[in-house]
Design a protein around this ligand. Sequence first.
Ligand SMILES: [Zn+2]
Length: 406
Amino acid sequence: MINNSGKINFTIDANDKSSLARATHFQTEHGEIKTPIFMPVGTNGVVKTLTPAELKQANSQIILGNTYHLYLRPGMEIIKKAGGLHKFSSWDRPILTDSGGFQVFSLAHLSQITDEEVVFQSHIDGSKHKLSPQKSMEIQNSLGSDIVMAFDECTPYPCDYKKAREAMKRTHHWEKLSKQHFEKMESAYGHNQFLFGIIQGSVYDELRKESAEYLSKLNFDGYAIGGLAVGEPKKRMFEILENVVPLLPESRPHYLMGVGKPEDIVRAIERGIDMFDCVIPTRNARNGLLYTWKGRIKIKQAQYKDDLTAVDPDCTCYTCQNFSRAYLRHLYKKNEITGLRLNTLHNINFFIELTQQARQALLTDKFDEFRNNFYANYPIEDDHWKQNIKKRKQRRKKHLRENETN
Ligand SMILES: [Zn+2]
């Protein structure tokens, strides 16, 4: 079966009257995607600490896999031998894989970048590799994901106008090549894949506009907005969404890559975004930060020592149904692995529940009530974007150090 992009069977189930929020659905061969949706991140073919059964228990409909990481470790040979990433990781619901672009530009040691390809050294062992639009399509074909992302160049923040424009132009060239190559490939495991394009252009409105208009003409199955949530002020991110989303084809899913906190997700839904992914719920769970409808709690704090209530009394997850804050605090303080698992299960459940409640509200014409209720109870964090740039750099260094010693 040859891949045939631009043929997604996409339905808008409901539109909000007072914002661009909408509920939609589309069918993949591994299951239906109902939006708004939060997609947990499974970088290495696993959502850290959770099994597929637990992910299903948390109502996870689709997960992400990272092309760059999976290509380097364990490598494509074993994944192909297993029959693709679904079989290798025993996850039978939909998978979205990224293009590898984001990690190549943020993690690897780049040695050369041309209009044809990127030559880079692995951040793990220094080995030399090449990634190109064609190669990215081939890797994602071997992974067998349901949603494939076109190969793009994600610029960091800050990025001057000239560089942002160059990267956007290159991205457009690469995405066109991605689509041409994608449409020539046979499906590796007999199921159809969809191809999404990625809008770039950093924080420059005219570049974002140009990118949205150019890519819309290429007829992708869906449209992602990349290169945001990379350190720019939050206010700017929402302004860009307000300018870009109305330019995207209405009859395609809109995906905001790498976002975000609960309040960012609600605000982006209002601006017409359907799909989200972020490491926040999983990473923060491992740091003892748990999400509730009244904001985040730090489970290590002394105030939870004698607290026998659930993390969130309204939450239906396995963690909240069976364990108390005091117990989770105890596990966290003692570095018990089960604590990390229970925390992750709760946070994933919370993020998915958030998007499902938004969907339910849209379907019943109560989105206004939903968001007013959310904002009334959920304290919005200050945007410490300047400090976040520093934190981002430290995290990257830590990540590189850890991988290099493994
Ligand atoms: Zn819970």
